[in-house]
Design a protein. Structure first.
Length: 202
């Protein structure tokens, strides 16, 4: 685990408890979207990239100077858990009942004490040097390629639950910050990939 130093940029990986597939239904995907936008607009979170898969959320973020990234990360985990569990309670069925009982085995601390958690393994996977556009571009390229590697979509920009569309000039679901130098670096990476594919097929 990489220790979080304030006002630095990191890539996080939030994995659901036992990697159960929660984010297969639009309701739960939208909870993540709304939560991220709330933390951007009201809590001091800066998001450069994100990607939500069926059982993982990848997030590239830092905080404003007056906010603690460590605290924001922990608050986001609790906030999303409460919203997801409330949504499950509002839609009772066998699977949701099983999930809720499963989450009770993984408590997390909130302002009122302990609550059940839908998140399991949380990792800080990379420290990103914002002075070097390539550092951020490489992490963005990695998370944007995940839906393609999983054969969910053919192109990263076809997947709406990530920031890939934003960097392709299309409207995304989450308010992100796009450094111009990083956009240029991503363009260079994509150009090199296209050149490699063209030479490979020949």
């Amino acid at each position: 685990m990489i220790p979080i130093r304030e006002n630095r940029c990191y890539c996080f990986s939030f994995e659901t408890v036992d990697t159960v597939d929660i984010f297969t239904k639009t309701m739960y995907k939208q909870i993540i979207v709304h939560s991220l936008n709330h933390f951007v607009s009201s809590r001091g979170l800066i998001i450069y990239g994100w990607c939500l898969m069926s059982n993982k959320l990848y997030l590239i973020a830092q905080s404003l100077e007056n906010a603690s990234l460590e605290n924001l990360k922990n608050e986001l985990l609790v906030f999303t858990c409460e919203k997801i569990i409330d949504a499950m309670k509002s839609e009772p069925n066998k699977r949701n009942t099983w999930l809720q009982s499963h989450f009770q085995k993984h408590p997390v601390i909130n302002s009122r004490g302990f609550t059940q958690s839908c998140w399991g393994n949380i990792e800080t996977t990379a420290l990103i040097d914002m002075r070097t556009p390539q550092s951020l571009a490489e992490q963005l390229e990695f998370i944007h390629s995940l839906p393609v590697k999983e054969r969910v979509v053919l192109y990263g920009s076809d997947y709406i639950y990530s920031s890939s569309r934003d960097y392709e000039g299309m409207p995304g679901l989450v308010k992100i910050t796009k450094p111009a130098a990083v956009e240029n670096e991503l363009y260079e990476i994509e150009s090199r990939k296209k050149g490699f594919r063209a030479s490979y097929h020949h």
